[in-house]
Design a protein around this ligand. Structure first.
Ligand SMILES: [Zn+2]
Length: 378
C-alpha cells in the first residue's frame, strides 16, 4: 500500500506560541510504513484557558518550536506494527539518517581500530514480536512456535506499561553505544537533552530494558546523568556547570545532539533531593525540551494503547511512590511506571523527575485531542 504523508502537521506547542507549524518532509522514511495517521489541526481558539495554563510556560520554550526545531529530526511520527502515528514532537527513526538502529545484530559504532567486536556480532538485542514466556529475564530472542503475528490489535491487548528510565550516560548517543554495543540490551526510545526522540525499534518488538516488564511494556531512556548520595557529587559537579545564565550541562564533542549549538539547562536550576527505594539522592532535573517531547509521546502512547493509563503508582496519600511495587501490585499495574517501581535495585527516573508535571501535560494534550488520532486510510 502506498504510504500517505502529511503535508503539514501541527505541534500542540506550536499552536500555543502563535500558530507556527511543523512541516514534515514529504518522503517515505521507513520501509515498514503502511499508513500515516495525522495530528488533527487544532486552532488556538479551541484551547481552554485551564489547559493552556497546565501546559505552562516551559512548553513555549520547547526547543522544537518555531525555528529552533532540531534539524536532524526528519519527522514527528513513531512506528507501531508498521504504522506511523504522529505525536507532534521531533522523532528520528532507526531507519532515518542519524538514527539509532537496534535491529542491527552487530555493534553500531565502529571501534577505534575499525574492527568489529566478535563477541557481540550476530546477536539480537531484542526479541521480535511480543509474547509472554516463562522467564522474561532469559533474553529469549525468537518468537515461540505458533505465536500470533504482532498486529496492532494484539499489541493493544498486551502492552499496558510505559517504563521510564534515566540513562546515566548523559546523551542518547552515548546511551545507545552502551546499551547496544557494550551490553547487548535495547529500549524502544531514547530521549536526548534537546528533546529529540529516537525510536530504535518498532513497538511491536520486545526490548530488553526492564526484565519482568519487557513483554508488556514500552521503554524509554531519558538522557540524564542520574542520582547520587549528597556526599558523593563528583559526577554531578563534573556534568553540570554554571554560566552567566545559570546551570547547564557540560557537553563534550561526542555529544552530537541533533540541534546544533544546543545548550541544555535543567528545567529547575537547583539540584533536587529525595528518596528512591530508601536511598536519599540528589540529581538535576530534565530539560524543558525533554518534558515537552515526553508529554507528547506519553499522550500519544495512551491514545494508541488504551490499557496504558495516564497515571503512575501512588501511595495511600495519593503521592507517586518512591519505592518498588510488590509482585502482585506490579502484575496489576497498567500505566506509566518508573524502573524504581519494578525493582528495589533501581532509582530511576529519580527524585527530580516531575511525574505530576508530565501527567498533567499528557492529560491536557489528550483533552485537546492532540495526538495520534487515526485518519481514514486510503
Ligand atoms: Zn533503568
Amino acid at each position: 500500500m502506498a504510504a500517505r504523508w502529511p503535508e503539514l502537521a501541527l505541534c500542540a506547542f506550536a499552536v500555543l506560541v502563535g500558530g507556527a507549524a511543523c512541516k514534515t518532509e514529504e518522503r517515505p522514511r521507513a520501509a515498514a510504513a503502511e499508513s500515516v495517521r495525522l495530528t488533527p489541526r487544532v486552532s488556538s481558539a479551541a484551547l481552554p484557558a485551564s489547559t493552556a495554563a497546565q501546559l505552562g510556560a516551559s512548553d513555549r520554550e520547547a526547543g522544537f518550536v518555531a525555528g529552533k526545531r532540531p534539524t536532524r529530526a526528519s519527522g514527528t511520527a513513531i512506528v507501531v506494527a508498521g504504522e506511523r502515528f504522529d505525536i507532534g514532537a521531533p522523532v528520528v527513526l532507526w531507519s532515518d539518517p542519524g538514527g539509532y538502529d537496534a535491529y542491527r545484530e552487530t555493534p553500531f559504532f565502529a571501534r577505534d581500530d575499525g574492527a568489529t567486536a566478535p563477541s557481540t556480532s550476530g546477536k539480537k538485542r531484542y526479541r521480535p514480536g511480543r509474547g509472554l514466556w516463562s522467564d522474561p529475564a532469559s533474553r529469549e530472542n525468537e518468537p515461540a512456535p505458533g505465536e500470533p503475528e504482532p498486529t496492532l490489535e494484539r499489541l493493544r491487548e498486551l502492552v499496558d506499561q510505559f517504563v521510564l528510565h534515566y540513562d546515566v550516560c548523559g546523551t542518547s548517543r552515548r546511551c545507545f553505544e552502551i546499551l547496544h554495543d557494550k551490553r547487548n540490551l535495547s529500549v524502544h526510545f531514547l530521549l536526548d537533552l534537546d528533546g529529540t526522540l529516537y525510536q530504535t525499534l518498532d513497538l511491536q518488538e520486545t526490548a530488553w530494558h526492564a526484565r519482568q516488564a519487557n513483554p508488556r511494556s514500552i521503554g524509554i531512556e531519558i538522557a540524564n546523568m542520574g542520582a547520587y548520595p549528597p556526599d558523593d557529587d563528583e559526577v554531578l559537579a563534573r556534568t553540570y556547570v554554571e554560566d552567566e545564565r545559570g546551570v547547564r550541562v557540560a557537553l563534550d564533542a561526542n555529544a552530537k545532539l541533533a540541534t546544533p549549538g544546543f545548550v541544555a539547562r535543567p528545567i529547575r536550576p537547583e539540584r533536587v533531593r529525595g528518596l528512591a527505594n530508601g536511598s536519599e539522592l540528589e540529581m538535576h532535573d530534565l530539560t524543558s525540551e525533554q518534558y515537552a517531547t515526553l508529554a507528547c509521546l506519553t499522550a500519544g502512547l495512551a491514545e494508541i494503547f488504551p490499557r496504558i493509563e495516564l497515571d503512575a503508582p501512588r501511595d495511600l496519600a495519593g503521592r507517586v511512590r518512591d519505592d518498588a511495587l510488590s509482585d502482585e501490585e506490579f502484575a496489576a499495574w497498567h500505566g506509566l511506571i518508573g524502573h524504581l517501581h519494578i525493582t528495589d535495585q533501581k532509582q530511576d527516573p529519580g527524585p527530580a523527575f516531575d511525574w505530576e508535571q508530565l501527567l498533567a501535560r499528557a492529560r491536557a494534550l489528550r483533552a485537546l485531542g492532540v495526538g495520534p488520532v487515526s485518519a481514514p486510510r486510503e
